[in-house]
Design a protein around this ligand. Structure first.
Ligand code: TGC
Ligand code: FAD
Length: 391
């Protein structure tokens, strides 16, 4: 793979909207990605292996629980810093950002929000340092976009719960130490349980043959009469709103993350267009290529403004779930379109692992599907403006 020459586009001087802390966090993450992620990511993706050696460094830059308070081991940062961390990591690879998103928003966040003090003390500090890795089990084989229909269930057996069911498409599952599992009790109410690796009847087979997110490990969670201690139920919220509340946080991070992938594709294509000579001139001198690049920087700039404004709303506690859906949907589609256009600017070279574009493009096919598909987010906007659910 070519050396990482990334230069971040900032067409509207958005740096002026960031605090010194935001810029420090962003620059430290950018430096980490250049130093640790870029040199190894192509090989990891080709081999379809999650590069576990990155875990310690990700923890050190605060990527695990950026906004979780410091008393629980988090970095205590605001929502814009969290977004910028996701942007920079996904600039390197969506699969690495996935691991950070899941750990922060889908594992640490529910423990922090819905867990007991004992659960917070037991798990959060180890999750923040990467000593422990978590995963989030909501999707089931027959219930993807409609998680409320889930059939995974647990029964009260006096001194423990007995958990049965299966989850699929679970990021980090093959190596996670704990799983946040959403299942129904005997009354059909959804609750979150913390299931630990090693509990009898709990297995996590890996999902192979993915053409997307190859540097992220995906798997199933299988529960065959797993005895879960009663103290592992998170008591402070139940119902579908509990897992969906975690998704708000993760979807917000993806709205920023997708900008990172788009920036990398744009930056690569711009450099290539200025260097590549055809018909005795750089291809960047041709109007057709300039149109592609001009439209890319326009869309990236719009997405940056949207993400920043959403971050301000989240810092003020005012962002709605529907606003988050709009940003996730818009920014991921923006990124996938830019990846496709950027790939064309590189011609044949665009399909090789010499450049990051094709990897980003394939990764974004997962990103546009997980955390709510592109269609589901459109329906969430539709419901928000009409008041009529069309699911
Ligand atoms: P609905 O009746 O609308 O809502 C049920 C309850 O949930 C509340 N609610 C929310 N609460 C917090 N945040 C949100 N975003 C919420 N959306 C809804 C709602 O108010 C209600 O509460 P209550 O108290 O009245 O019961 O539910 P529905 O069954 O009609 O479904 C709505 C729909 C389709 C929007 C929802 O099911 C949905 O978002 N589906 C998409 C599923 C999804 O996103 N799955 C993601 C799985 S995790 C994942 O992909 C991780 S990838 C990680 C990585 O690698 O980065
Ligand atoms: P389906 O729900 O079957 O949807 C298929 C198609 O139908 C889509 O185009 C969808 O938009 C459309 N559709 C569905 N309902 C409607 C409707 N009402 N109206 C119109 N169109 C509709 N899940 C987790 O719980 N944890 C994870 O860590 C996790 N990681 C993932 C990692 C990867 C790499 C992938 C690919 C997925 C992951 N997922 C995870 C699962 C992901 O959230 C689901 O794939 C996603 O929610 C869609 O579910 P589905 O694949 O079952 O598609």
């Amino acid at each position: 793979m070519k050396p990482d020459q990334f230069q971040a586009p900032d067409y509207y001087n958005l740096d002026e909207l960031l605090t010194d802390e935001h810029k420090m966090v962003r620059d430290a993450t950018r430096e980490f990605v250049k130093r640790e992620v870029s040199p190894i990511i192509e090989e990891a993706a080709q081999k379809a292996e999650f590069p576990k050696q990155l875990i310690k460094g990700l923890a050190e830059i605060g990527a695990f629980g950026p906004y979780i308070p410091e008393e629980y081991g988090g970095a205590g940062l605001d929502q814009i810093s969290y977004g910028l961390i996701m942007q920079e990591i996904e600039r390197g690879d969506s699969g690495i950002r996935s691991t950070a998103s899941v750990q922060s928003s889908l594992v640490m966040y529910p423990i922090f929000k819905y867990g007991t003090e004992e659960q917070k003390k037991k798990y959060l500090p180890k999750l923040a340092t990467g000593e422990m890795i978590g995963c989030f089990g909501l999707t089931e084989p027959d219930y993807g976009s409609n998680p409320g229909g889930m059939v995974s269930n647990f029964k009260d057996k006096g001194d423990h719960y007995l958990l049965n069911g299966a989850k699929m498409w679970i990021s980090n599952a093959p190596f996670a130490d704990i799983a946040i599992v959403w299942a129904k009790n005997e009354e059909g109410r959804i609750h979150g349980l913390i299931v630990e690796r090693g509990m009898e009847g709990f297995s996590t087979p890996e999902t192979h043959n993915k053409w997307s997110l190859r540097a992220s490990a995906t798997g199933e969670l299988i529960f065959d009469n797993v005895k879960v201690p009663k103290e592992n139920l998170m008591p402070n919220k139940s119902g579908l709103g509990a897992p969906l509340g975690c998704l708000d946080s993760a979807r917000y991070g993806i709205a920023w993350g997708a900008i990172g992938a788009a920036m990398d594709c744009y930056d690569t294509a711009l450099r290539y267009a200025k260097e590549r000579i055809q018909f005795d001139k750089p291809i960047g001198s041709k109007q057709l290529q300039q149109k592609k690049l001009a439209e890319m920087i326009t869309e990236i700039t719009k997405a940056q403004l949207m993400a920043w404004r959403l971050g301000v709303l989240r810092n003020e506690g005012k962002a709605t779930s529907a606003q988050i859906s709009m940003a996730k949907r818009n920014n991921v589609e923006m990124a996938i379109k830019i990846a496709r256009e950027a790939r064309q600017i590189l011609g044949g070279m665009g399909i090789t692992g010499e450049y990051s574009i094709m990897r980003h493009m394939m990764n974004l096919e997962s990103v546009i599907t997980y955390e709510g598909t592109h269609d589901i987010h459109l329906l969430i906007t539709g419901m928000d403006i009409t008041g009529i659910p069309a699911f």
